[in-house]
Design a protein around this ligand. Structure first.
Ligand code: PAP
Length: 339
């Protein structure tokens, strides 16, 4: 990965909204032998269901991945060919991915798409997730060739742990976002409930804090990126809420596209923050209606409350205390804390 001090050269034409180009490359059918290999590999791994859902997880190299994404992890490790100016957003689900995708897209694409009022910005007609390709789904679905048609610099996102990315084939930049774990669990429960209304809150929280939830254990996921934070830009959802403009500037510097004085004076940073605010995204038709691509979750479930500390409205003090003890124990000595 690139160091935080490396500056990228002037941008080419990317990133462009992925949805606008994703039909240009046809899927490459997996070879029968490699598909068979994958099936054997996947079926040999420990498995379990996410409580209250039919989503099967498999434990691959220490992480509980959705079953269909295990071949994606293998594909990412073996075949993903990052470009030097790639930017990858990484996160656990419900830690601010949608917001960061929007902010990073608006920041990196600002010379093609002006983020100010009255513009026809792609984020006004597409969801943030439609603008930024999801590596896990592309590699799981044999659609990775679609990444080749995107002009540089590419912006992509993943929920995979750092160990599933081809770190030795370096040169690209990784931006990670983490969130206070109790709030992450609360957000996850609300999101899943939009498709599974009977889902138990206690079961969801227990599964998150036992380490067995999607892409978990969460502590290993977070610590993997935290320990690499010399080269990874490590952001926190709560910090983004506290000072979005400063975090956008930090992001722009990290991807080698710092804001010029003229841009600062023209209020470009404020324009990006406003365009990507929860209120703004939530009010758009494209984010209000329909379902997430390929999933049975309504898009609007991604835009809920967006506040720190919502766990207090859901967890009894004893439960919160127990979860804090787990977090204290798992992050002890790491230099990372959530309080
Ligand atoms: P994903 O990983 O499945 O894409 P993600 O976007 O990380 O989900 O999580 C959704 C959370 O981010 C929601 O938090 P909540 O349930 O606690 O409310 C959602 O409200 C919040 N969120 C989405 N967009 C924004 C935004 N523009 N600003 C602040 N928070 C946001």
């Amino acid at each position: 990965m690139a160091s935080t001090t490396t500056a990228a050269s002037a941008p080419a034409v990317g990133p462009i909204p992925f949805k606008d180009v994703s039909d240009l490359a046809t899927p490459v059918p997996a070879e029968a032998s490699s598909e068979e290999e994958h099936n054997v590999l996947v079926s040999a791994l420990p498995s379990k269901l996410v409580p209250g859902t039919q989503l099967k997880l498999r434990c691959y190299q220490g992480f509980w991945l959705p079953e269909r994404f295990v071949p994606a992890a293998v594909g990412l490790q073996r075949r993903f060919a990052p470009r030097r100016d790639d930017v990858i957003i990484a996160s656990l689900p419900k830690c601010g991915t949608t917001w960061l995708n929007a902010l990073a897209f608006a920041t990196m694409a600002r010379r093609s798409y002006y983020p100010g009022g009255g513009s026809d910005h792609p984020l006004l007609r597409l969801t943030p997730h439609q603008c930024v390709p999801f590596l896990d789904a592309l590699f799981a679905g044999g659609r990775e060739a679609q990444l080749e048609v995107i002009p540089s610099p590419r912006l992509m996102y993943t929920h995979m742990p750092l160990s599933m990315l081809p770190v030795h084939r370096g040169g690209y930049r990784v931006v990670y976002i983490c969130r206070e774990p109790k709030d992450m669990a609360v957000s996850l429960w609300h999101f899943r409930r939009s498709a599974h209304p009977e889902l138990s809150f206690a079961d969801t929280v227990e599964s998150v804090f036992s380490g067995g939830n999607t892409y978990g254990p969460f502590w290993d996921h977070i610590l993997g990126y935290w320990r690499a934070s010399q080269s990874v830009l490590f952001l926190r959802y709560e910090e983004l809420l506290r000072d979005p403009a400063e975090n956008v500037r930090k992001l722009a510097r990290f991807v080698g596209l710092p804001f010029s004085e003229a841009e600062e004076e023209a209020g470009v940073v404020g324009g990006i923050v406003e365009l990507c605010s929860l209120e703004s995204l939530r009010s758009l038709e494209v984010n209000k209606r329909g379902y997430m691509d390929g999933l049975n979750f309504p898009r609007k479930a991604l835009f809920r409350k967006g506040v720190p500390g919502d766990w207090v409205n859901h967890m009894a003090p004893e439960m919160a205390c127990r979860m804090d003890e787990i977090v204290g124990d798992k992050f002890s000595g790491s230099g990372l804390s959530f309080y």
